[in-house]
Design a protein around this ligand. Sequence first.
Ligand SMILES: [Zn+2]
Length: 263
Amino acid sequence: MKPRPLPKIVAPLPDELLSGWLSRLAAANYCNDAELLAHIKIDTAHGTALDLNIDAVAAEKIASAARVAPDVVRSLTFPAMTPREASLTAQMPFQHCPQCSREGLSLKHWRRAWAFDCQVCGARLVQTLGKAGDEQVSEKLTYRARRGAGMLECAARSRGPRPLRRAMRAVAFAMSLKTFRGDPSFALQNPRSEVRLFCLAAIAAARSYPLAKAAIASHSIDDYARVALLRAFEKEPRLLVAVDHIAQRRARSTGPMTAEPRN
Ligand SMILES: [Zn+2]
């Protein structure tokens, strides 16, 4: 059975995500997202579940309720992605544009791990779990992270796998320094800006300097960091030895108080 058309409709905007448009439709009809989906007879309470995977029946239902073509509904979801693209596209919102969000917008490009500035208004995207003082992140870090984000986009879109592998190795290295565990692609989609910005900046740094040099600029290395380094450089033992050597020399020169005990 087709759902009745909604009393009020709003047209989707370029690059808008299906879940964001559904929220705007709900607001225009004075209800919340769950009530709207129940009215359309879609068996989910969260529109975000439809952004990556919508079946033809659900698309038909939404289309007839909102009086648009089913193709328009489908165009608001992510098309089929390569595994590489999918690993760098967040399933849930992890960042947003403070200005466009106030107008109820939720845009597709915000979900990409490499998105840094809003393509609609130019404001810097902020992490969903950002702290109040996050806008005061040093300009240098922001600048480097923005460059790293641009490099990540090029790497993700390049034909061969090597540029992305290089970028992810830099991220793994940055994670080891921040003792942040998990998958590098998740670190880039981290809802906390301190992790994400540092990892993006590392991509830019790895381009400018060999990673061994990055160890000089880093803090003393603890055991977890060593394990992470081993993983990051497992195919490049010479580079690992160089990083290790620098880290040990640094530990010695900064004195026994800061050096990690080795056994
Ligand atoms: Zn914006």
